[in-house]
Design a protein around this ligand. Structure first.
Ligand SMILES: [Fe+2]
Length: 164
């Protein structure tokens, strides 16, 4: 469920990921990777609740010394190839990021990411949108590298297992 109507679309990010949808879902559901893979954005993560389709965690934004925290909630809709990342409290509360996945082949997934925030003056909305685009470019660079590495290891294990 979304509350899109009260939110403003501040930016849209489009990208082709060299990873399967399966690798993307593993990444989305893995809250623990935030502070180590994305250490320039997140200093810590503390799980509050987790289900097979969702998680909620308090994250400390980097650098930790600034003391900025946010309660992040990930809600997946796997049958419809989309998920929401919502900030429920703390820094950026009320914002919502919707990511839509479109697999183009077994190892390639196109994503469209929509960033929405509570109403902002246009100048501020543009600045927040630009910051989101810059942040997500970096987060997906880091995630894509990890997913490609994992796929290589899986492929290696599979072929070695097969030839043994
Ligand atoms: Fe990630």
């Amino acid at each position: 469920m979304t509350n899109n109507e009260s939110l403003t679309l501040v930016a849209t990010y489009r990208r082709t990921l060299h990873a399967s949808v399966a690798r993307v879902w593993e990444n989305v559901l893995d809250w623990e990777h935030l502070p180590w893979l994305h250490r320039s954005a997140f200093a810590a993560a503390e799980l509050v609740e987790q289900t097979p389709e969702s998680w909620r965690a308090w994250v400390t934004l980097a650098p930790a010394a600034r003391g900025k925290r946010a309660l992040i909630e990930i809600q997946t809709d796997m049958p419809n190839l989309r998920y929401w990342s919502r900030t429920r409290a703390g820094q950026g509360a009320g914002s919502e990021v919707l990511t839509m996945l479109s697999p183009t082949d077994e190892r390639t997934t196109n994503i469209v990411v929509e960033f929405r925030t509570p109403a902002l003056p246009p100048e501020k909305a543009n600045a927040v949108g630009a910051a989101y685009l810059q942040l997500y470019q970096r987060l997906w660079d880091e995630d894509e590298r990890m997913m490609i590495r994992k796929q290589m290891l899986l492929d290696k294990g599979w072929s070695e297992g097969k030839s043994a």
